[in-house]
Design a protein around this ligand. Structure first.
Ligand SMILES: [Zn+2]
Length: 178
């Protein structure tokens, strides 16, 4: 966890989660696993000069064998769309894509986590969305950045196709078992 009052938690904005936003990191360096991403943010790395907070932050980072939580589910992160609804109303999950990390295992672990969070917060499957769902208006200068091609791990030609449908089916299946 990022320590309360420090770095990306220096200001607290409460979150009542209504959506879950799924990302992938696009960082293919061998060591860019979940622990490394969590540690970096705990140490105050991953600064952003373009949002209101000065840091990037999200709730969970998932790789083939672990999940790290950096923020409580009840605090807003800065991962989706600056001051938009994505940050104001969603829990952010990053999937790791580092070399040597199994994509299928990471995707399935993420599906399990999503199912658990849906149950915990009463979030419907329809409100589990890719980062691409949220339009980004940059905080710093109001520039319209459009929609990001994220999560790259689950998009095909930049679109939601079979991989995303399979991910949603896996979530549904895990959700039924809870
Ligand atoms: Zn993203």
């Amino acid at each position: 966890m990022i320590q309360p009052g420090k770095h990306a938690r220096k200001r607290k904005h409460l979150l009542k989660p209504k959506f879950i936003t799924v990302h992938s990191t696009a960082n293919v360096s061998r060591g860019a696993n979940a622990e490394r991403h969590a540690q970096a943010r705990r140490n105050g790395a991953l600064k952003s000069t373009h949002n209101s907070l000065g840091y990037l932050s999200w709730h969970y980072t998932v790789d083939q064998s672990s999940i790290y939580r950096s923020l409580p589910d009840t605090e807003q992160g800065q991962h989706a769309d600056y001051q938009g609804q994505g940050n104001r109303e969603s829990i952010g999950i990053e999937m790791c894509v580092n070399r040597g990390n199994s994509a299928p295992q990471t995707i399935d672990r993420t599906a399990k986590l999503v199912a658990l969070l849906m149950k915990r917060h009463g979030i419907p499957l329809a409100n589990v969305v890719p980062h691409q769902h949220w339009k980004r208006i940059r905080f710093k200068d109001g520039k319209d950045l459009g929609y990001k091609n994220c999560p790259g791990l689950l998009l095909e030609d930049g679109k939601l196709k079979l991989k995303w449908a399979n991910f949603k089916a896996a979530i549904q299946s895990h959700r039924r078992q809870l």
